[in-house]
Design a protein around this ligand. Structure first.
Ligand SMILES: [Zn+2]
Length: 414
């Protein structure tokens, strides 16, 4: 067989110290072995870590890059929702496309190759945002697989006309359906409607959920109950659940078991949670980030994701999932190498599982979606913010970021 490329001495997986060669042919992984004896173009990675492309499970491309039109003075969730709701009235399809493209290109350069993006649908924006992201989905297929999750950011039962638009988006190819019960006048009513739409169109579900630090009332139990009632285990994810950062170990363990039993996955969004939570405090501000690595111990599928970029929800963002894994590890006080490595798993293999990706991973026959990180150890990738040096999407180079070089000079002149 004619090989298109052989990556030599790659370190794959987070727990295997031996290096392997990876052969690429016809856009797919054609071989993985300690030494592949074949000819063809090759690249010696000298023991660098290779991952199967980073996986972003939760990002809002449609409302990225709007800091020039919004204020973030209080830094609260209520302010962010109100500011974006006002700005959204002036969004056009082209405007959404341009801002989303800028954000998407940054993500690609950071090594992201699979993405779930949440897109707002309501009677003000209509399907303009959805159509813009659909165009982007098609235009960037050479570099990234995007799935679109349409959802009602400003409520469903309190916002007549929204449900019809969500249904229209599903009819036009939305990949999954999302919810945001905490902005609804009837949170449990919204959860029930979202499940009804998911069943009608056979779609997975991704909720924004339990997004404050008041643990006395949670919607999580209702989501688990509906998941089991619908037989939707393994097809439901929830994002934020910052309330879980405000409870003790015993209750945390009970909820972790409940999530694992129901098959509900969890995404933590450290940049947004850190920025928006605890704004009622003027000192000793809580971190407000749920310790998802402790949920992993119970068998809950967990991911670390970006959420927002340069808007009132999160006025930061380089779209780097490696940076997000590092931020998460730092905030949740992770230092052991195995746990640091599991943070890399939470931007690669676990999110692939959360998204039910069938052809993800460095395995023979899978698409050759590969990213080379400039480090020799998965734990250090998180600790040192290793740069993605280049990526292959379906066997073709989709980006390069050569490492920076020092330009040494003699310290004396003449
Ligand atoms: Zn979100």
């Amino acid at each position: 067989m004619a090989l298109d490329l052989i990556l030599r001495k790659a370190r794959i997986g987070t727990h295997e110290p031996q290096t392997v060669d990876i052969a690429v042919a016809d856009g797919r992984i054609a071989g993985i072995a300690p030494e592949i004896a074949a000819d063809g173009p090759e690249e010696n990675l000298a023991g660098r870590v290779v991952v199967a492309g980073l996986v972003e499970t939760h990002i809002h491309l449609d409302k990225a890059c709007i800091l020039d039109r919004c204020k973030s003075e209080q830094g609260t969730l209520a302010e962010a929702i109100a500011e974006v709701a006002a700005a959204k009235r002036d969004f056009s399809e082209d405007d959404v496309y341009r801002r989303a493209r800028r954000t998407l290109e940054k993500s690609i350069l950071q090594g992201t190759m699979r993405m779930r993006t949440h897109v707002e649908v309501d009677p003000r924006i209509g399907l303009k945002g959805f159509h813009a992201i659909q165009r982007l989905q098609k235009d960037y297929r050479w570099a990234i697989d995007i799935e679109i999750c349409v959802f009602p950011q400003e409520g469903l039962l309190n916002d007549p006309g929204t449900e019809e638009l969500l249904i229209a988006a599903c009819e036009q190819g939305a990949d999954l359906i999302g919810g945001c019960p905490y902005t609804d006048s009837d949170p449990h009513g919204q959860i029930a409607r979202i499940f009804a739409i998911a069943r009608r169109f056979d779609r997975d579900i991704d909720f924004h959920l339990d997004f404050d630090l008041e643990p006395s009332r949670m919607d999580l139990d209702e989501v688990c109950r509906q998941t089991q009632a619908a037989g939707w285990g393994g097809r439901v994810a929830v994002g934020h659940v910052t309330k879980l950062s405000a409870i003790g170990r015993e209750r945390f363990a009970e909820i972790a078991k409940r999530l694992a039993d129901a098959g509900v996955a969890v995404t933590v969004l450290p940049a947004t949670d850190l920025y928006l939570m605890g704004r009622d405090r003027d000192h000793d501000v809580p971190r407000g980030v749920t310790a998802v690595h402790r949920l992993l111990e119970y068998g809950v599928v967990c991911s670390i994701a970006t959420n927002n970029v340069l808007n009132p929800f999160t006025p930061f963002g380089d779209c780097s999932l490696v940076r997000m894994a590092n931020l998460y590890a730092n905030v949740t006080q992770i230092g052991r190498p195995a746990e640091l490595a599991s943070c890399l798993d939470m931007v690669t293999t676990f999110p692939a599982k959360l998204m039910n990706l069938k052809n993800y991973g460095i395995k023979i026959g899978n698409p050759a979606d590969l990213v080379v990180l400039d480090c020799g150890d998965p734990a250090l990738a998180v600790a040192e913010l290793a740069r993605p040096l280049f990526g292959l999407k379906n066997g073709r180079r989709s980006f390069v970021c050569p490492p920076p070089r020092l330009l040494a000079q003699s310290s004396t002149f003449g």
